[in-house]
Design a protein. Structure first.
Lengths: 1018, 314
C-alpha cells in the first residue's frame, strides 16, 4: 500500500479564513472556501494567494459550498447556511448573489448541482422536504419532494438528469423527478445513519453509500435493490465518499480519532485492497476534491483541513491505473474533456432558449416523454403541466423535450436501434392488466399480455427498421379469447394511435399500450356488466380516453388536499358541521401544517415503512388479476384516501387497505374479501355530521315571521300592536320599541298630500327622515326581516305613474306583469287576454285623461282598495318638476323614498326567500304582494314563456320544452298537481294554497288588483 | 346560542368532504372519499337514509343542491374528473347527467341563483371552469373557461342575482330586467377572479390579489338589498379575507383580513343574511364570525369536536 508522501504536496496555510467548506470549480483552476464572513477564491496554481474575497453578512457558518460542476455554468456557486442557501454568480471581476433560496424550515443538510442539467440544483433538509431549484428562476423552488423523515443527503445522478437519491437515516430513496410523488426505489441500506451518497459517474444505476455503521455499500438501482452489490467494511464510521472522475476509483474518508482521518482511494473493481491511503493531514478533512485543469497533466487531490490548510497533491499516474483507468484514456484526456465540455454546450444550447419555467423541457432530457411523466412533473408553482399533452396532441405547444430527443436521435449513429432501445428502457408500464412479457431488441419485437378476470390476450408488436419515422409498428394478436369484433376494434385503435404518433416521427409504444389497456378494460367492463347488450362505445380516439384509466392514478400536485372538516350554512339558520372524529389525532403534530396538495399524501404514505410492505404482501386476488408489473415498478398507484393521512399512526396498516389501485371491476371482489375489516367499523373514518340551529344568532326569527302581520290601513294600529306583542314574547326589545313607534305614525292613507299646502306628513321630521334612520339602523344589523316589514308597512299606496305614454298594449301588460311575481298565463288564452288588456288600457287612459297627474292615484282606487299596490312608475317621460307646495310631487309623498324602491324590493325579495325556505308560503305571498318586481326577470314569471327546467326567457318559440308547468302564485313552485286559477287575471296555483289564501283574502295574491275571491266563492 | 338539532351518523366508509342541506333544510347530502353521496331526510332530530348515490370513481369533493323550483336536483363533483347531476323522481335518485370534460379533479360545484335559470359552475384542477346551462330536456350546454386559474381552480361561488345597476338608483321603466351573471373563483395561482357573462362569453371582470398561497374557498355573500357586495376567501396561507365592494364609492373590491389561522383554512360559508361567516380548516375547528355595527368582525363562537361552546370572542 502506498502512503502519502508529503514532499509532492503543496500546502498553503490560510489561517484567517476560518472556512468550513470548500469546493473546486469545473475547470479545476479555482478553489472557493466559505466561512461565516467570507467567500475566498484561490487559484490552484498559486494556492498561497487569495484571488478574491467576498464579504458576507451571514449570521451562520457556511455549511456547504458547491461549484456548479458543468463547464458552461462554472460561474455559479451554491452556498448553504442554516436553513437558507444562496446562489452566487462569479463573473469576470464581478460577483453577485443571484438569489437566496428560501423554503426550508430547518437547516439544510445537503445540496447538489445536477451534473447533467446544470440548471438544476437540489437542497435537502431535516424539515422533510427536498427542493429542486432551477437556476434560471430561483424565486421559488421548482418542485418539492416531501418525505416523512428528513433527509441528510441529496445527490443527482451523474448520467441521467431525472434521477436523484436521498438518504434518510439508514434508508436511501431514489427518485425520478418526473414523478416526485413516490420514490422510485426505497432501499433499506444501512443499520445506522448514512453519511454520504454518491452516484457512479460511469454507470447510470450505481450508487454508493457511506454510513455510520462503518460500511460503504454499492447499489444497483436499475431495479429496487434488495442487497448491496458490494459491501466494504471499515474500522470507523465512514464520513464521506466520492467517486473519482477517472477510472472506477472511490475515495473514502473515515471518521477516526482526532488527527487521524485517513483518506483512502479504492478501486471498486478490486475492493479487497485499498489502492492508496493518504495520510499526513494534521486535522479533520473538511472537504476534498479531485480536479484537473486544462493546463495540468496530472489529476490533483485538493483537501481542506480544519487546521485551515489547503493541500494540493498530484495524483501519480500509477494511482490512476490502479483505479482502473486505461492508458489510452489517460493519453486522451484532453480530448475527453473537450467532449465533455461539448456535451455541456450542447445541453445548454438546447436548453437556453427554453423558458425557465418550462419544467418539462428542463427535466425530461431524452425521452419519449410519457404522458405520465409529464403529468407527474407538476409542481405547485408552475404552470399546470399536468395538462400538457404528450407531443402532438396539442398543436400549439411543440414539446421541447421532443425536439431534444430528435436531435439526439439523429446525431446518434445507430439511430433506430438506439431509439428503440431507449424507448423500451424508458417505457413506464405500470398499466392495469398489462404485462410486458418479452423484449427482443435484435428482432425488434416485444410481446405484451393483457389479462382481466374475463378476457386475456397476447399481443406481439414488431417494429419495422425505420420506426418511428412514419412507420407504425405491427400488432399481432396471438392467443386470446376475445370476439373478432373486439379484436378489430382494439386493432383499429392501436393503429390509429400508432399512426398518429409516427406521422411525426415519434415513438408510440407507450401511448399504444395505454390505449390498449383502456380499451381492454372497457370491453371487460361492458361484457361483465351487461352481457346481453353487445354494444359498447366504439373506440373513439380521444386524449381524454387515453388518460382516463391510468392518469387517474397519476396524482398531479395541483389537486388540493381534501377537506376533512367543514361548516356550511344551509337553508335559513342551519349550520351543518362535519369534523374529523374526535379520536383522530391526525398525522400532524402541533407544528406541522396540513399539506397543501393531495399528492403530498402519497409521499407521506409511501414513505412510512409500516405501510409500505403492505403492497408486497398483496392478496392473491390482487396478484391474479391486477397487473404483474413490468420490472419491479415503483409506481404503485397512490392511495387515494385522505384517511391514511390521519389514521396511519393510529391504525395498523391492514385496516387501511385501499382498493383504489385495483381496476374497478376487481374492486368489488377485493372489497368483499376483506369486508369484515372494511365495514365493521365504518364510522371510524367518517365523523358525524352535526346540524346546528343558529337562528338565535341570526337577525331573523321564525317565530316572528309566523306571527307578524303587515299593517294595512284597515287595522294599522292593531297590527302594529300585534307585532309589538309578539316581539315582547320573543324578547326582542328593540323591536318592541320599533312597533310601538310605528303604531303612532300615520297610516299609509293618512299620508296624502294635505290641501292646505303644508306638505305631506312624510316631509315632517317624524316622517321620511325618521324612517330612513330606522332603515339605516336595521341595515347595519342585517335585519332583513324588520327591513322588509317596514318596507311593506310603508309601501306607498300611490299609483304607478303619471300616465302611460305609448298606446301600445304592451305597456299595460307590462305593468300587470310587473305587478305579479308569480303570474302565469295560459297560451290559448293569450288572445283573449290581449283583447282584455286592450280594453283595460282604454279605460285606464280615459281615466287618466280626466284626472290631473298628481291625483291619479285616487282614481286607481280599485287596485289599492285592500292592498297598496306597486308603485312602479312607468315614467317613460318624466313630468317636469313642479315646485313643492303648489302641487306636491307625488314621489315624495310616500314615507319611503321612491328612489330607493329597488332596494326595498330587494329586502322584500330576500325576506320572501327566507319565508319560503321556512315553508311559510302564505306569509311569503303577503310580502310578495308589495313587491314591485322592478328588476325581477319577468320572463320567468310567465307561464307561457317559462321553461321550468332552464328558466330561460325563451318566448313561445322554444319547442323543446316538455316540462312546462304553471307556477303557483303562493309558493312559487311549479304546479304539478291540481291547478286552480282565476279566469280573469289568470293567476293561480296549487289548489290547497289557493283555497288557503282565499279563506281570508278577497284579492289576488299577486296584487294584480283582480278580485279573484269572488270567482273562487262562486 | 348554538343548539344542536341533529347528529347524523352517515356511516360513510371514509372521510367526509362536504355536507349540505337543501333549500328547506329537510334533506342532507354528504359526500365522502368512499366515492358515494348519501342523502338523508332529517326531521325532528332523527334521520333516515334515503339513498346512497354510487357512480363516482374517486373521492367526491363537493355536493350542491339546486333550487327546488327545478325539482330535487343535486350536483356532485369528484376526483374522477366528473360532475354528476342527480335527480329525484318518485323517491328514487338517479343520475341524469354526467359531465366529463375536465381533465383533472373537479373540486367545486355551485348552482347559479335560481333567477338565472338552471345553471351550474364547476372548477377543476385542470385550471378550467365550466358553466353548464340546462337547455331543457336534460340537454346541457357547457361553456368552458380554459386556464381560468393556472395550476388549478379550487373553488367557485355565484354572485347573488341582483339586477344590473345600483340598488340605490331610482327605478326606471327602461330598465332591462336581465340579471348579470357573475361568479367568483379561487385557485392555485393565489388569485381570486370574478367572471361576468357578456354577450354569451365569460370574461374576467376583476382579479383580486392578496393571498400568498393557494386559495381554497371563496364565497359570495347573499344579498339582502344593501348596496355592497362581499366575498369571503380563505387560503392555504391561513388567512381569511373579506372583500367588500361598496357601490356608492366605487366598484373595486377591497380586502380586509378577518383573521390569520395557524393552519390552512378550507371553507368559508355565509349565513343567509350575510352577516355571519363560518370558517373551518385543517385544525378541525369551526369558528363563527359576525360583522358588528361598526363593520368590525368578532368571533362569536367556536364549534369543535361536534360539541358546541357558547363563548364569545376570544
Amino acid at each position: 500500500m502506498n502512503q502519502w508522501t508529503t514532499e509532492d504536496s503543496i500546502v498553503a496555510q490560510h489561517s484567517n479564513t476560518q472556512a468550513s467548506a470548500m469546493s473546486v470549480n469545473a475547470l479545476g483552476d479555482l478553489v472557493v472556501l466559505g466561512s461565516r464572513r467570507h467567500l475566498t477564491l484561490i487559484e490552484l496554481k498559486e494556492p498561497q494567494k487569495v484571488v478574491r474575497r467576498v464579504h458576507l453578512t451571514n449570521k451562520w457558518d457556511i455549511s456547504h459550498l458547491f461549484w456548479n460542476p458543468s463547464v458552461a455554468h462554472n460561474n455559479f456557486i451554491l452556498t448553504t447556511y442554516n436553513q437558507w442557501a444562496d446562489v452566487w454568480r462569479f463573473d469576470e471581476g464581478m460577483e453577485k448573489c443571484v438569489a437566496q433560496l428560501k423554503g426550508h424550515t430547518r437547516a439544510i443538510s445537503d445540496a447538489d448541482w445536477s451534473a447533467v442539467n446544470p440548471n438544476l440544483c437540489a437542497t435537502c433538509s431535516l424539515d422533510t422536504y427536498i427542493y429542486i431549484w432551477d437556476s434560471r428562476d430561483l424565486k421559488r423552488h421548482k418542485f418539492a419532494i416531501s418525505t416523512v423523515s428528513g433527509s441528510g443527503q441529496v445527490k443527482w445522478n451523474k448520467i441521467n438528469a431525472n434521477y436523484l437519491s436521498t438518504a434518510h437515516d439508514g434508508n436511501i430513496r431514489v427518485w425520478d423527478i418526473r414523478n416526485v410523488k413516490t420514490a422510485m426505489h426505497y432501499i433499506t441500506a444501512h443499520l445506522s445513519k448514512i453519511n454520504y451518497l454518491d452516484w457512479d459517474p460511469n454507470h447510470e444505476h450505481t450508487l454508493a453509500s457511506a454510513s455510520q455503521d462503518s460500511t460503504i455499500k454499492l447499489w444497483n438501482t436499475s431495479e429496487t435493490p434488495r442487497k448491496a452489490e458490494l459491501q466494504m467494511t471499515f474500522k470507523h464510521p465512514v464520513w464521506k465518499l466520492s467517486y473519482t472522475p477517472f477510472g472506477s476509483g472511490l475515495v473514502s474518508v473515515e471518521l477516526a480519532n482526532f488527527r487521524e482521518t485517513p483518506l483512502t482511494l479504492w478501486n471498486v473493481n478490486e475492493p479487497d485492497q485499498p489502492v492508496h491511503s493518504f495520510v499526513g493531514h494534521n486535522d479533520v478533512i473538511l472537504g476534498y476534491h479531485i480536479a484537473k485543469s486544462k493546463s495540468d497533466t496530472n489529476w490533483k487531490l485538493v483537501t481542506w483541513c480544519k487546521d485551515q490548510t489547503l493541500q494540493i497533491n498530484n495524483l501519480d499516474q500509477n494511482l490512476l491505473y490502479a483505479c482502473g483507468m486505461s492508458k489510452d484514456s489517460i493519453d486522451h484526456v484532453p480530448e475527453d474533456e473537450e467532449v465533455y465540455n461539448l456535451m455541456h454546450d450542447v445541453t445548454t444550447d438546447e436548453k437556453e432558449p427554453a423558458e425557465p419555467i418550462h419544467p418539462v423541457s428542463n427535466v425530461i432530457q431524452s425521452s419519449n416523454s410519457s404522458v405520465e411523466s409529464n403529468v407527474s412533473l407538476v409542481s405547485g408553482s408552475y404552470k399546470s403541466v399536468s395538462h400538457e399533452y404528450p407531443d402532438g396532441f396539442m398543436d400549439n405547444t411543440p414539446s421541447e423535450s421532443y425536439q431534444f430527443n430528435k436531435s439526439l436521435t439523429i446525431s446518434s449513429p445507430a439511430t433506430s436501434m438506439h431509439s428503440l432501445e431507449q424507448e423500451f428502457k424508458l417505457l413506464n408500464v405500470s398499466l392495469p392488466n398489462l404485462r410486458l412479457d418479452e423484449v427482443d431488441l435484435s428482432q425488434r419485437t416485444c410481446s405484451v399480455s393483457l389479462r382481466t378476470p374475463v378476457f386475456y390476450a397476447w399481443i406481439k408488436i414488431s417494429f419495422p427498421p425505420t420506426y418511428p419515422h412514419n412507420e407504425p409498428p405491427m400488432f399481432l394478436f396471438s392467443k386470446n379469447n376475445l370476439s373478432g369484433d373486439a379484436i378489430a376494434k382494439l386493432k383499429l385503435t392501436l393503429q390509429e394511435t400508432a399512426q398518429h404518433h409516427v406521422r411525426n416521427n415519434r415513438s408510440c409504444l407507450e401511448p399504444c399500450l395505454r390505449q390498449l389497456t383502456t380499451q381492454f378494460s372497457d370491453i371487460s367492463y361492458h361484457s361483465e356488466d351487461d352481457k346481453m347488450s353487445e354494444a359498447f362505445d366504439p373506440p373513439t380516439f380521444s386524449f381524454a380516453n387515453v388518460l382516463r384509466n391510468h392518469q387517474f392514478y397519476a396524482m398531479p400536485n395541483n389537486i388540493p388536499f381534501p377537506r376533512t372538516s367543514g361548516a356550511r350554512f344551509c337553508s335559513v339558520g342551519y349550520l351543518v358541521i362535519f369534523l374529523r372524529p374526535a379520536h383522530v389525532r391526525g398525522f400532524q403534530s402541533v407544528n406541522e401544517k396540513t399539506p397543501r396538495s393531495f399528492s403530498s399524501l402519497t409521499t407521506h404514505r409511501n414513505s412510512t415503512p409500516s405501510v409500505f410492505p403492505m403492497y408486497r404482501s398483496n392478496s392473491s386476488v390482487l396478484n391474479q388479476i391486477s397487473t404483474s408489473q413490468f420490472s419491479t415498478s415503483p409506481n404503485q398507484p397512490p392511495d387515494l384516501s385522505v384517511r391514511t393521512f390521519y389514521y396511519k399512526q393510529k391504525r395498523p396498516s391492514r385496516k387501511m387497505k385501499n382498493f383504489s389501485h385495483l381496476p374497478y371491476y376487481a374492486k368489488d371482489q377485493e372489497i368483499s374479501s376483506s369486508l369484515t375489516n372494511y365495514e365493521t367499523k365504518p364510522q371510524q373514518y367518517a365523523g358525524h355530521v352535526v346540524i346546528n340551529d343558529l337562528t338565535r344568532v341570526m337577525p331573523v326569527s321564525r317565530q316572528l315571521a309566523e306571527q307578524y302581520l303587515i299593517p294595512s290601513k284597515k287595522d294599522f294600529v292593531e297590527a302594529c300592536l300585534h307585532n309589538k306583542k309578539n316581539a315582547t314574547k320573543e324578547e326582542m326589545d328593540d323591536l318592541v320599541e320599533l312597533w310601538s313607534c310605528v303604531s303612532l305614525l300615520p297610516k299609509p292613507e293618512g299620508n296624502r298630500p294635505v290641501h292646505d299646502n303644508s306638505g305631506p306628513f312624510a316631509c315632517s321630521p317624524m316622517g321620511k327622515t325618521f324612517l330612513n334612520k330606522l332603515i339605516q339602523h336595521y341595515c347595519v344589523q342585517y335585519d332583513v326581516q324588520t327591513l322588509a316589514m317596514l318596507a311593506c308597512t310603508f309601501a306607498s299606496s300611490l299609483p304607478a305613474a303619471s300616465q302611460p305614454q305609448s298606446g301600445d298594449m304592451k305597456t299595460v301588460t307590462d305593468m300587470k306583469r310587473s305587478a305579479s311575481y308569480d303570474t302565469f298565463r295560459i297560451t290559448e288564452r293569450n288572445a283573449k287576454e290581449k283583447g282584455e288588456t286592450g280594453k283595460i288600457q282604454l279605460l285606464y287612459k280615459s281615466l287618466l285623461a280626466r284626472s290631473p297627474p298628481g291625483h291619479s292615484y285616487m282614481e286607481n282606487a280599485r287596485s289599492t282598495a285592500s292592498s297598496p299596490t306597486e308603485q312602479r312608475p312607468l315614467l317613460l317621460e318624466p313630468k317636469p318638476k313642479r315646485p313643492i307646495g303648489k302641487k306636491p310631487d307625488y314621489r315624495n309623498i310616500g314615507m319611503l323614498s321612491a328612489e330607493q324602491q329597488k332596494r326595498f324590493d330587494a329586502f322584500k325579495n330576500s325576506y320572501s326567500d327566507i319565508l319560503l325556505r321556512w315553508k311559510l308560503n302564505v306569509k311569503k305571498a303577503e310580502i310578495q304582494k308589495f313587491s314591485t318586481n322592478s328588476g325581477r326577470k319577468q320572463s320567468t314569471l310567465e307561464f307561457k314563456a317559462t321553461c321550468q327546467s332552464c328558466g330561460e326567457s325563451c318566448k313561445s318559440t322554444c319547442r323543446k320544452k316538455k316540462n312546462i308547468y304553471a307556477t303557483c302564485s303562493i309558493c312559487q313552485l311549479p304546479v304539478k298537481s291540481l291547478l286552480v286559477f282565476c279566469n280573469e287575471c289568470m293567476h293561480g296555483g296549487h289548489r290547497d294554497h289557493m283555497i288557503g289564501w282565499f279563506k281570508n283574502e278577497k284579492m289576488c295574491p299577486t296584487s294584480c288588483g283582480c278580485n279573484c275571491g269572488q270567482m273562487f266563492d262562486r | 346560542m348554538v343548539s344542536v338539532i341533529n347528529t347524523v351518523d352517515t356511516a360513510h366508509g371514509d372521510m367526509i368532504h362536504d355536507a349540505q342541506m337543501d333549500y328547506y333544510g329537510l334533506h342532507l347530502a354528504t359526500c365522502s372519499s368512499d366515492r358515494t353521496v348519501k342523502i338523508f331526510e332529517v326531521k325532528n332530530g332523527t334521520q333516515r337514509l334515503l339513498s346512497t348515490l354510487q357512480g363516482h370513481e374517486g373521492p367526491v369533493w363537493q355536493v350542491a343542491w339546486a333550487h327546488p323550483k327545478y325539482d330535487r336536483l343535486l350536483a356532485s363533483c369528484s376526483y374522477d374528473r366528473k360532475v354528476f347531476i342527480w335527480r329525484e323522481m318518485d323517491g328514487q335518485w338517479a343520475k341524469v347527467y354526467e359531465y366529463t370534460d375536465h381533465e383533472s379533479s373537479v373540486n367545486s360545484v355551485c348552482w347559479a341563483p335560481h333567477e338565472l335559470g338552471l345553471m351550474l359552475v364547476c372548477g377543476s384542477s385542470d385550471g378550467g371552469i365550466s358553466v353548464l346551462k340546462h337547455k331543457g330536456d336534460n340537454q346541457w350546454e357547457a361553456s368552458k373557461i380554459n386556464n381560468a386559474h393556472t395550476v388549478g381552480c379550487n373553488a367557485v361561488s355565484w354572485a347573488p342575482a341582483v339586477a344590473p345597476g345600483s340598488l340605490i338608483e331610482p327605478p326606471s321603466a327602461m330598465q332591462q330586467a336581465n340579471f348579470t351573471k357573475k361568479f367568483v373563483s379561487g385557485g392555485c395561482d393565489n388569485l381570486i377572479k370574478i367572471w361576468c357573462e357578456k354577450d354569451g362569453h365569460w370574461e374576467e371582470e376583476a382579479k383580486l390579489e392578496s393571498h400568498t398561497d393557494w386559495v381554497r374557498d371563496v364565497a359570495w355573500a347573499p344579498s339582502i338589498g344593501l348596496p355592497r357586495s362581499k366575498i369571503a376567501s380563505c387560503s392555504q396561507d391561513g388567512r381569511v379575507i373579506i372583500w367588500t365592494c361598496d357601490e356608492t364609492t366605487g366598484s373595486k373590491f377591497l380586502p380586509k383580513v378577518l383573521h390569520k389561522f395557524d393552519d390552512v383554512v378550507w371553507h368559508v360559508s355565509w349565513s343567509i343574511t350575510g352577516d355571519i361567516l363560518a370558517v373551518s380548516g385543517g385544525n378541525n375547528k369551526i369558528s363563527l364570525w359576525k360583522e358588528g355595527v361598526n363593520g368590525e368582525w368578532t368571533r362569536i363562537s367556536d364549534v369543535g369536536k361536534g360539541q358546541t361552546t357558547n363563548g364569545t370572542s376570544e
